[in-house]
Design a protein around this ligand. Structure first.
Ligand code: ATP
Ligand code: MG
Length: 181
């Protein structure tokens, strides 16, 4: 499985529809300060279910919607789609391509989630990616400042980081869910 493409429309600085294509292997994104590099990783985390406005570097969730510029009107909708190549069926979903979409409308703060263009719940996306190590709390995305906070963290917190990396935490989560039921 690998991330093949990100489609952004109205997300942060990406006012127009932009497709970013990736090949298997390592990709570097380079550009001047403020050109939107981190906005791309914010977009990935957003689609994977990030609910923390602060970690998306905003004050409200609607701050992810293009806010307008001198010569462009603000957008009413932010939409990001991640397209994964799933020909190895790493994701437990029987399609060669898996498209995960998140939308947010400015007007009523309404959110929409889609898997392969079918509307779904956020939970369906979280469940789909939980086994892949891509989840919101996983270490697949390490932001600026993460490294020093790992180094400074308490032993129990550091244990949590290892459990996440080893894939133990999803079983802990399932155990908690079944105890609650
Ligand atoms: P650096 O090299 O400094 O880390 P970067 O390439 O990572 O820079 P980003 O943080 O991705 O830059 O992008 C910041 C830019 O995105 C700023 O110019 C900011 O105004 C713009 N931006 C963020 N949110 C929005 C929004 N909702 N609407 C329009 N522009 C936005
Ligand atoms: Mg940055």
């Amino acid at each position: 499985m690998y991330l093949k493409r990100i489609e952004l429309h109205g997300f942060k600085s990406f006012a127009d529809k932009v497709n970013v294509e990736f090949q298997p292997g390592i990709t570097g994104i380079v550009g001047p300060n403020g050109c939107g590099k981190s906005n791309i990783s914010d977009a990935v985390r957003w689609v994977l279910g990030e609910q923390s406005v602060k970690s998306l570097r905003g004050a409200n969730m609607s701050d992810v919607i293009f806010a307008g510029s001198e010569d462009r009107r603000a957008q009413n909708l932010a939409e990001v789609t991640l397209v994964f190549d799933n020909s190895d069926r790493f994701m437990k979903y029987d399609y060669n391509e898996v498209e995960i979409t998140r939308r947010l409308y400015r007007q009523n703060n309404e959110a929409e989630y889609l898997i392969n263009k079918q509307q779904c719940r956020l939970k369906d996306i979280v469940d789909l990616i939980m086994d892949t190590g891509l989840g919101r709390d996983s270490l697949s995305i390490i932001s600026q400042g993460n490294i020093s906070s790992f180094a400074d963290s308490k032993p129990e917190e550091r244990r949590g980081i290892f459990e996440e990396a080893a894939g133990v935490s999803k079983y802990k989560k399932r155990k908690l869910e079944s105890i609650r039921k």
